[in-house]
Design a protein around this ligand. Structure first.
Ligand SMILES: CCCCCCCC/C=C\CCCCCCCC(=O)N[C@@H](COP(=O)(O)O)[C@H](O)/C=C/CCCCCCCCCCCCC
Length: 218
């Protein structure tokens, strides 16, 4: 795994992202952290190709991914093989700020929660994209998915900036081009494979965090 998240080759192919989400779950349905992080790195390549309007979003996502990449390289990395083992290790060793931010503002558990919430946005957005018609607006699909998910956790100023950025998203045909999958029918078929995979990863993580009362970490 590369040291810096930001130094990746910018070329994007959605099928590569799909492959990383395919190998995200182990046989016993644990979420493999390295593959989860790889999936996000691929998505950030896509975001970067949309232009500098989105850089405030990609900077935050890169920062969070970098925290997880660093944890995967530390001496304690064996505890970070899966999201399940990470949560167990950090809780057992009091490495998570539970009620208010304190000495562990960058725990893996807290950091992954932010990406987990964004994964729900992604699931909702990709499903809208899958069932959309040729003249549907990506900006509207993106905003609707955002308002139904991530927006609940963001202050007014972030919601406003995100809303403005969505307005410059390319139309559906250009968006499909950037996905680099092939003709629209192929994009729709690949989305049909991607959405259930992402949804399963989301659900498993959601249940883990809910069971441990971690869904509102500061
Ligand atoms: C071909 C596939 C199509 C979809 C590709 C989508 C590519 C998206 C790549 C990355 C998505 C962004 C992930 C954003 C993570 C946000 C985490 C977060 O909530 N952070 C906030 C809280 O952090 P703390 O302060 O508690 O540490 C932070 O305040 C956020 C700041 C930035 C604004 C985040 C706006 C998120 C909008 C998500 C939509 C992205 C639009 C992509 C357009 C296709």
């Amino acid at each position: 795994m590369a040291d810096s998240v930001a130094s990746d080759d910018p070329k994007f192919c959605f099928e590569e992202v799909l492959s990383t989400f395919k190998v995200c779950l182990s046989e016993d349905k644990a979420v493999i952290l390295e593959n989860y992080v790889s999936g996000w790195r691929g998505l950030i390549k896509f975001l970067n190709s949309l232009g500098s309007v989105f850089s405030f979003i990609s900077k935050d996502a890169i920062n969070k991914i970098q925290i997880l990449v660093n944890l995967l390289k530390e001496d304690t990395h064996s505890h970070y093989m899966t999201v399940q083992s990470m949560v167990r290790y950090e809780l057992d060793n009091s490495l998570v700020d539970i009620d208010k931010r304190g000495s562990h503002p960058e725990s893996g558990t807290r950091t992954l929660l932010r990406l987990h919430r964004a994964l729900r946005w992604l699931e909702l957005f990709l499903e809208r994209l899958r069932i959309s018609s040729e003249d549907s607006k990506t900006s509207v699909m993106c905003a609707d998915a955002y308002n139904e998910s991530l927006a609940h956790y963001h202050p007014w100023v972030v919601r406003k900036a995100a809303g403005l950025a969505f307005c410059v998203l390319p139309g559906r045909p250009a968006f499909f081009e950037v996905m680099n999958v092939g003709p629209p029918e192929k994009v729709v078929a690949v989305l049909g494979e991607a959405v259930p995979l992402i949804s399963e990863v989301y659900q498993i993580t959601e249940e883990l965090y809910a069971k441990n009362n971690l869904l509102n970490l500061p």
